[in-house]
Design a protein around this ligand. Structure first.
Ligand SMILES: N[C@@H](CCC(=O)N[C@@H](CS)C(=O)NCC(=O)O)C(=O)O
Length: 238
């Protein structure tokens, strides 16, 4: 896990430009949001709050998100937006010049919304119990291990279903990179890791590898979700 470095500017705001504040953490669901803001060129500051690391970290975000989850975005106007997919869609729609979402009248829009909702509803939400299986399994370590294995299998099944329904181009929805590509590139790195994702989702694998290698994000990935030796298979069993 990354050390807590407190608020640190990513893109420095000019004196007249107020930054966004993002409660996030390296390797977390805040990372696709940070990647989107990096590509858009928005000034933002990160409050590093790895909520899985205990009460002190959760307390940092509790004031803006009573569920004590990241990501949570506070806009320059002081509005708070939680829910990773909502933040990503909102940012992309507000900055059409960055072409990070199909416009509302585009033929790709329906599938864009479909998969932007599918990822958090079917996959990301399982991490509430995967990160701490005692939340549903209680203290029984065997029950916890069963929860880990069953949720890993469910995640793999969800990726396989998504793979069966998509015909990607260079990116998941065609020729333009959207926030969906950033989202899937990050969420597919969590347990049961890319190794199993690659096995069931060969077409989407080509896309996420393209996102991993995007030269505009090389420094960003190094800082916020590095590709260390063995990252694709670490923890692949569950
Ligand atoms: N539905 C939320 C889920 C956010 C979430 O689960 N975030 C994790 C970190 S990646 C978290 O803060 N977990 C701490 C907890 O649930 O207690 C979203 O899509 O933003």
């Amino acid at each position: 896990m990354w050390c807590d470095v407190g608020p640190h500017p990513q893109h420095r705001a000019s004196p007249v430009e107020k930054p966004f504040t993002l409660f996030s953490a390296a390797g977390s669901g805040g990372v696709p949001v940070e990647a989107a803001m990096t590509l858009i060129g928005l000034p933002y500051e990160v409050i590093e709050a790895p909520t899985w690391a205990g009460a002190a970290q959760q307390a940092k975000v509790a004031g803006v998100n009573p569920l004590k989850q990241i990501p949570a975005l506070v806009t320059p106007d002081g509005e708070t937006i939680t829910e990773s997919a909502a933040i990503l869609i909102w940012l992309a729609d507000r900055h059409p010049q960055a072409r990070l979402a199909p416009p509302t009248d585009s033929p790709q829009r329906a599938q864009f919304l479909r998969w932007m909702v599918f990822v958090p509803a079917s996959i990301y939400s399982l991490f509430w119990v995967r990160d701490d299986p005692s939340r549903l399994g209680g203290p029984d370590t065997e029950a916890q291990a069963r929860i880990k294995a069953a949720t890993a299998d469910r995640i793999v099944d969800c990726w396989a279903m998504m793979e069966s329904q998509l015909t990607p181009g260079r990116y998941l929805l065609g020729d333009d990179l959207t926030v969906l590509d950033l989202y899937v590139a990050v969420v597919s790195r969590w347990g049961p890791r890319r190794k199993r994702f690659y096995e069931v989702a060969p077409k989407m694998s080509e896309v996420v590898r393209r996102v991993d290698a995007d030269p505009r994000l090389t420094d960003f990935w190094d800082q916020r979700f590095p590709f260390f030796d063995g990252w694709e298979s670490k923890g692949a069993a569950g």
